[in-house]
Design a protein around this ligand. Structure first.
Ligand code: ZN
Length: 447
């Protein structure tokens, strides 16, 4: 079981395209959306699992056996030494010529204008060069040369495309419930060791939450962790924000009351993707944190109550947030509680009971069915077997996927002699995934 989970996290199997006739990776069709990954999740202690990040994956060299032009189909067929073949449309090859006239090499960016591409082009000649590249001579006497590995990576077969997209986006998730033993890592190792940082971000993406220990119990630590990635996401609550019991609180989080599980900031159409929370000091009594896997719960809802799932994935709900912090703000947004992608896979959760607007932009006969659907989802999320409860202590830092997890806390006793104080910061997934890809390249040496 451990091996299975870690092979998912390290995902060497998806580092390669697989357009040969015998794919190296079991194809996963749309049924993946219906089939949650195994649960309960085994322990994930990143420090003990060096195999997670220290395995190297030497680059496989792909060799071309033969090439030919299929003039009728207007495609180049490449036959590979290791079996199978790939098809590349003429137009796509012309559009992606890698020569210095067509591509700005220093930026890896296209110079060739689409208006200068004949999208019905033929070819004059296609051949395998002596050094193993594919050469195409176009009717305008322009020559393009493509490296075998470059072509293999861009194979148009369904299996190859799926593998490369998974390498880019790591969309396969490990679902969990109350039995989750949270992935943990050391704050200083993550800051200073690339392998530890990569393991951290892989688990953050796959599992959705990673606990870091050993941060100094003082302000500024979330900013240090952000610098490891790139830059933070500024919002109306500031560059970083301080969760404390505040008089005249401008947010329910800034009280000592309990917070039911929620995602942060659905009042923004583009809500922050990632959140870091650092415990500077904990209350003497109460204040335990709670998290739930919103994707897993959405799949449970899909299975148990398909109509409720349909309503929550197709009804736009109004969210609102008004006040003053970094500056004054008056936000309105419209979001589905559960976002799905074009294939129906759950890709985001937007739920915050405090900022869900009293304005409900629905025909009146759809109001009651909406409440029934939302209540069904909330009831699933609050089942004890789905909720993970933990208590942060000074120096602990939790990092989690705000587009997937719902988080909350128990109420606490507010005491001026021992103030509960968390510092938080937001980031977005684009920046986090960018750092993950760079770390993967520097640790494993592949693209
Ligand atoms: Zn060119």
């Amino acid at each position: 079981m451990w091996t299975r989970v870690f092979s998912r996290l390290a995902s060497p199997a998806v580092q390669r395209s697989a357009c040969a006739s015998r794919p190296r990776r079991t194809p996963r069709g749309p049924e993946w959306a219906q089939a949650p990954l195994p649960s309960p999740l085994p322990s994930l202690h990143l420090r003990e699992q060096q195999s997670l990040s220290s395995v190297s994956h030497p680059q496989v060299q792909h060799l071309v056996r033969s090439v030919r032009a299929l003039n009728e189909e207007r495609m180049v067929e490449v036959e590979w030494e290791d079996g199978g073949c790939s098809l590349y449309p003429f137009t796509w090859l012309r559009d992606n010529c890698q020569c210095p006239l067509c591509t700005l090499d220093s930026a890896q960016a296209r110079k060739l204008l689409l208006s200068n591409v004949d999208i019905n082009t033929g070819v004059d000649a296609v051949e395998l060069t002596s050094d193993g590249h594919v050469s195409v001579v176009w009717p305008e006497k322009h020559t393009s040369v493509f490296k075998a590995d470059w072509l293999k990576r861009r194979c148009f077969s369904a299996a190859a495309r799926r593998a490369l997209q998974e390498e880019f986006f790591l969309n396969e998730r490990v679902y969990w419930d109350a039995t989750l033993q949270m992935p943990t890592a050391d704050f200083h190792e993550v800051l200073h060791d690339d392998k530890a940082a990569l393991a951290w971000l892989l688990a953050l993406r796959r599992v959705g939450i990673v606990y870091l220990r050993g941060a100094p119990a003082e302000e500024g630590q979330v900013a240090r962790l952000v610098e490891r990635i790139g830059y933070l996401r500024l919002t109306f609550y500031g560059h970083t924000w301080h969760v404390k019991d505040k008089p005249m609180a401008n947010n329910v989080a800034y009280t000592s009351g309990m917070l039911i599980a929620h995602t942060d900031y659905p009042a923004l159409h583009f809500a922050p993707g990632v959140q870091f929370l650092h415990c500077i000091s904990q209350a003497a009594e109460g204040g335990e944190s709670q998290v739930v896997d919103g994707f897993h719960m959405a799949e449970q809802l899909r299975k148990e109550d398909p109509e409720a799932f349909r309503i929550l994935t197709s009804t736009l709900v109004d969210f609102t947030d008004t006040g003053e912090d970094y500056c004054d703000f008056m936000l309105q947004s419209k979001k589905c509680i559960i976002d799905v992608d074009l294939e129906g896979r759950v890709k985001g959760i937007n739920y915050n009971n405090a900022t869900r607007d009293s304005v409900l932009d629905l025909p009146v006969d759809q109001v009651q069915p909406f409440y029934r659907a939302l209540r069904t989802y909330v009831d699933i999320m609050t089942r004890p077997e789905n909720m993970v409860t933990y208590r942060m202590e000074s120096g602990d830092l939790v990092t989690f996927d705000n587009s997937r997890l719902l988080h909350g806390r128990k109420s606490y006793v507010s005491n001026p002699d021992r103030v509960r104080h968390l510092e938080g910061v937001y980031l977005d997934w684009d920046e986090v995934m960018s750092r993950l890809r760079i770390l993967r390249k520097s640790v494993h040496g592949n693209a």
